[in-house]
Design a protein around this ligand. Structure first.
Ligand code: GUN
Length: 296
């Protein structure tokens, strides 16, 4: 039987519908319009798409959105000055600097400059540390948070499950491991993290009850790497050439969807899976940041 589809479009819409009354309340009762600033340096086409989506989501939710697009030639000093300005801006409760930044800029230095209270991407070491130790005052990064919500809201038993994560990035792999390992709801999994040097990776992935793939390689996970009945979340978004498409490419995940859906019990598609959840959880974190601001 083909797998149940875990739709990030549907789950994301459900969460945004839950957030809307809180946004309206903050605006009407507290005079605070949650504000998100998205900073993009350069012209990476995929990043431009993400930044547009984030801006549109803010608008749809009645929030204040600011997109700041800087040229590729922007110096590290200029970018830090932009971060400083947004740290001080009372209309901005959350900010993100879209990654990757050009090579001449030290991304770590920039991420450390963001006020942790406005770091809705959860990339500042203070938030990374809080998430790692299970301190819920930290902002979980949007994509891992979205993955966790997809599992929870699909009724998948995480507690006691063996969750295998393929990929050890700071943006996805490591923080997903932290979240699923935590004590409490959405956690209590037994977690294994695989990466490019893992031996017999198929053997490890086949032992997963929940398989989360974020390795950035198109259709890397094949059907024989998945245990029948496993739940598969595909975090990959890869452009592959496709002459039959008007734009010349199509998007595929890190999982061979057509084959794996015949083996898994549930699977997230690409597009329409984790992507919409990332935007939604960024909005969620921004609303939380605005709530804290309002409570000061
Ligand atoms: N690049 C890829 N994913 C992300 C993300 O979640 N946040 C930021 N800032 N950059 C990214």
């Amino acid at each position: 039987m083909p797998a149940k589809i875990i739709s990030g479009e549907e789950i994301g819409a459900e969460i945004r519908a839950e957030l809307k009354p809180e946004i309206d309340r903050l605006k009407e009762k507290q005079g605070v319009t949650p504000g998100l600033a998205v900073v993009l340096v350069g012209e990476d086409p995929a990043s431009q798409v993400y930044v547009r989506m984030k801006g549109r989501a803010c608008e749809d939710m009645g929030m204040h959105g600011e997109s700041i697009v800087l040229p590729e030639s922007t110096s590290e000093h200029e970018l830090l000055a932009t971060v400083d300005r947004l740290n001080e801006d009372p209309a901005i409760h959350g900010m993100i600097v879209q990654l990757p930044v050009p090579d001449h800029i030290d991304a770590n230095k920039v991420l450390r400059r963001i006020d942790p209270q406005k770091d809705v991407d959860g990339f500042h070491p203070e938030n990374v540390g809080k998430v790692a130790i299970g301190d819920d005052s930290g902002f979980p990064p949007a994509t891992p948070f979205g993955v966790q919500q997809m599992l929870m809201r699909s009724g998948i038993e995480i507690s006691g499950a063996h969750a295998v994560i393929v990929g050890r990035s700071n943006i996805v792999g490591r923080p997903v491991a932290s979240l699923l390992l935590q004590k409490g709801p959405g956690g209590n999994a037994t977690v294994t993290v695989c990466h490019s040097r893992t031996k017999n990776i198929g053997e490890v992935t086949r032992s997963a009850d929940i398989l989360i793939v974020a390795i950035g390689r198109p259709e890397f996970v094949k059907a024989d790497m998945v245990r029948p009945g496993a739940v598969v979340i595909d975090v990959g978004t890869n452009r592959v050439d496709d002459a039959t498409r008007e734009r010349g490419y199509r998007l595929v995940g890190d999982v061979d969807f057509d084959a794996v859906k015949e083996v898994a019990s549930a699977i997230s598609p690409v597009p329409g899976g984790v992507g919409p959840m990332t935007v939604t959880m960024l909005i969620y974190n921004t609303v939380r940041a605005a709530q804290r601001w309002a409570a000061i």
